[in-house]
Design a protein around this ligand. Structure first.
Ligand code: GYE
Length: 333
């Protein structure tokens, strides 16, 4: 009797040990699967944003923030108010807090080597969102997601060349540049000038930064008008917000925007569609800020050990005045 009891106990013990082993096995394989799929591990992500200078930026901030929190991750957000020193500090804070990843939209292209080296040394991957850095060692950042700003500049110029194809004589252009030293300001100018180099009748007679804001756009346009007045045929503005500010300046000066002075913007924000629908702006080159979800997928994949592309481009279009009223209700930003 006692023997039978002993052998039953042994069987029970063996079964219990086997169950325990298989439970351990399945739990480790499921955690591997989780890491491998890049799915549900909660991450802490630091996001250093440029500022709140434009409609574009507001839409971009919202897209990135909601994609991070919507995926169940923890967000640490810092607004640099368009100042590089604030970004350097924010990134150092993220490193000190040992976040899993840093998302970073650089105010300007240069001057970030040291801080990015610090992130690399700490083993924290950095994802460039929207704007690129001008740094030789591209191992200092993991991936870039954003637009091709040079191409946007070319698109703006191509519209102009087409618009004035039957025009003889000079076409005088005033240019409102974005933030000095920023990737979109440098690249949009480059693309625009590259196309116009083959068409000598186009002359940039005024160019100055409006720092991507409406108020600066208005202020600088007032100064342009004071100097050149009706000599200006076209305004090329590196973003829609500055164009909208400039439209106000043109009206106050007593000229008709889109007629007396053709207006080209970049971004494709709702404000530009409204201005086009009102007949006050001619064209906007789209720059899509809504890449938050795509960005979060890239971060998750990278942290799960998957290979991610170094440069991920966002698809974009060009919109003119005649399309504005119809498309306006569906614009997402
Ligand atoms: O065009 C402008 C914003 O970096 C693409 O920054 C972005 C630019 C955008 O302030 O409106």
């Amino acid at each position: 009797m006692q023997n039978m009891f002993k052998s039953r106990l042994l069987v029970l013990l063996i079964v219990a040990v086997m169950m325990l082993l298989s439970a351990c096995g399945s739990s480790s394989s499921s955690s591997e699967a989780k890491a491998g799929s890049g799915g549900s591990d909660k991450l802490t992500i630091g996001f250093s944003q440029v500022g709140a200078e434009s409609e574009w930026r507001t839409a971009n901030t919202e897209s990135v923030k909601s994609a991070i929190t919507g995926a169940g991750h923890e967000l640490k957000f810092s607004d640099a108010q368009q100042k590089q020193e604030n970004q350097l500090k924010a990134i150092r804070d993220f490193i000190a807090q040992d976040v899993d990843a840093i998302v970073f939209s650089p105010v300007v292209e240069t001057g970030f080597e040291t801080v990015l080296q610090e992130a690399k040394t700490a083993g924290i991957p950095v994802f460039l969102a929207d704007r690129a850095v001008d740094i030789e060692d591209d191992s200092l950042w993991t991936a870039f997601i954003g637009s091709d700003f040079v191409e946007e500049g070319r698109k703006a110029a191509n519209w102009l060349v087409e618009e004035y194809k039957d025009h003889e004589g000079d076409v005088n252009i005033a240019e409102l540049q974005g933030t000095v030293g920023s990737a979109p300001a440098i690249d949009r100018k480059e693309g625009f000038e590259e196309v116009l180099a083959d068409h000598p009748k186009f002359k940039i007679i005024k160019t100055q930064t409006g720092d991507f804001t409406r108020s600066k756009g208005k202020e600088v346009m007032e100064a342009f008008l004071k100097d050149e007045g009706e000599n200006i045929d076209v305004l090329f503005s590196h973003n829609d917000d500055m164009a909208i500010g400039a439209i106000q300046a043109i009206e106050e000066y007593g000229l008709k925007p889109a007629e007396d002075i053709k207006i080209i913007g970049v971004d494709g924000v709702k404000g530009a569609f409204e201005a086009m629908a009102d007949g006050k702006m001619n064209v906007t080159v789209e720059c899509n800020p809504l890449f938050g979800e795509q960005l979060v997928e890239i971060i998750e994949s990278h942290l799960a050990g998957e290979e991610v592309e170094k440069r991920i481009a966002v698809e974009e279009s060009v919109y003119t005045m005649d399309q504005a009223a119809e498309l306006l209700p569906d614009r997402k930003y």
